[in-house]
Write a protein that binds this ligand. Structure first.
Ligand SMILES: [Zn+2]
Length: 262
């Protein structure tokens, strides 16, 4: 059995209790830079773009580099084959949720419905005092034009992009629903994550501890490779495309078998 057939069969056998866990590598084929990766375009950007201390010290500079390097690049990106196949598998009832470390909304743009964003999202703002949330586009144009740091329309405090910066905790609701999904899953498929950022990387570990099978599609080694049913080093989009074809074949042939029984 080929690697793609093995994953396709495990996906079908999981009966909908399968999770995708995605990281930056899932989006590099969409031109979204991997700011922790070795070949990331993010080498060119100020490393402090997601630094929470800088944000408090110099919000105008922090907003400026966010607008220039994060918002402008990510808002132009489109989903790639990996995002599209994951969304198709969800629509077939084979995927319970996508848990992502990415902030780029590309899973939703590809059509995924249940997406848990562990590190926030690039297109929203939040108020750290009163909890206000809003669309970033209502604020960022003004900022770009007038260089005035966005302020909360409710309480007046400086707004922050709703992305988890280094030194900030992960959103607790998202984290706890990811943990509980991991505990009840039968299969977790890691795509494009080196599993080095905690606590996000706990999620595949929890799934494994609760008996789920693990598949890893990542171009570089991870510390969980030894526990995986299968490790694939191919590009995620290319490999998932083959998985999608294998799933289709298997579903077609099982349907034909069912029909011949009747
Ligand atoms: Zn506020």
């Amino acid at each position: 059995m080929s690697a793609e057939e093995k994953l396709a069969k495990t996906l079908i056998d999981a009966g909908g209790k399968a999770l995708f866990f995605t990281g930056a590598g899932a989006s590099t084929e969409s031109g979204v830079p991997d700011f922790r990766g070795p070949q990331g375009l993010w080498k060119r950007i100020p490393p402090e773009v997601f630094d929470i201390d800088l944000f408090y010290r110099d919000p105008e500079y922090s907003w400026r580099i966010y607008a220039e390097y994060v918002y402008s690049q990510i808002s132009r990106a489109s989903p790639n084959r990996a995002h599209i196949v994951i969304a198709e598998l969800e629509s077939l009832g084979l995927v319970e949720a996508v848990i992502t470390q990415n902030i780029d909304k590309l899973h939703q743009k590809a059509g995924s419905k249940k997406v848990i964003e562990l590190h926030g999202t690039y297109d929203k703002v939040q108020c750290l005092r009163c909890g206000f949330h809003g669309d970033i586009k209502d604020f960022i144009e003004d900022f770009i034009r007038e260089k005035r740091v966005p302020r909360c329309p409710k309480c007046g405090r400086i707004l922050k992009p709703a992305v988890v910066y280094f030194g900030e905790p992960l959103p607790s609701e998202e984290l706890s629903s990811a943990f509980s999904l991991a505990k009840s899953s039968k299969l977790i498929i890691v795509v494009g994550s080196s599993l080095s950022v905690y606590p996000a990387a706990l999620i595949p570990e929890i799934a494994l501890d609760h008996g789920a099978k693990l598949f890893i599609i990542n171009e570089s080694p991870t510390h969980l490779d030894k526990d995986a049913e299968l490790v694939v080093r191919e590009k995620a989009g290319t490999f998932l495309e083959k998985v999608s074809n294998a799933v289709e074949e298997m579903m077609k042939s099982s349907k034909q078998k069912d029909e011949s029984l009747w």
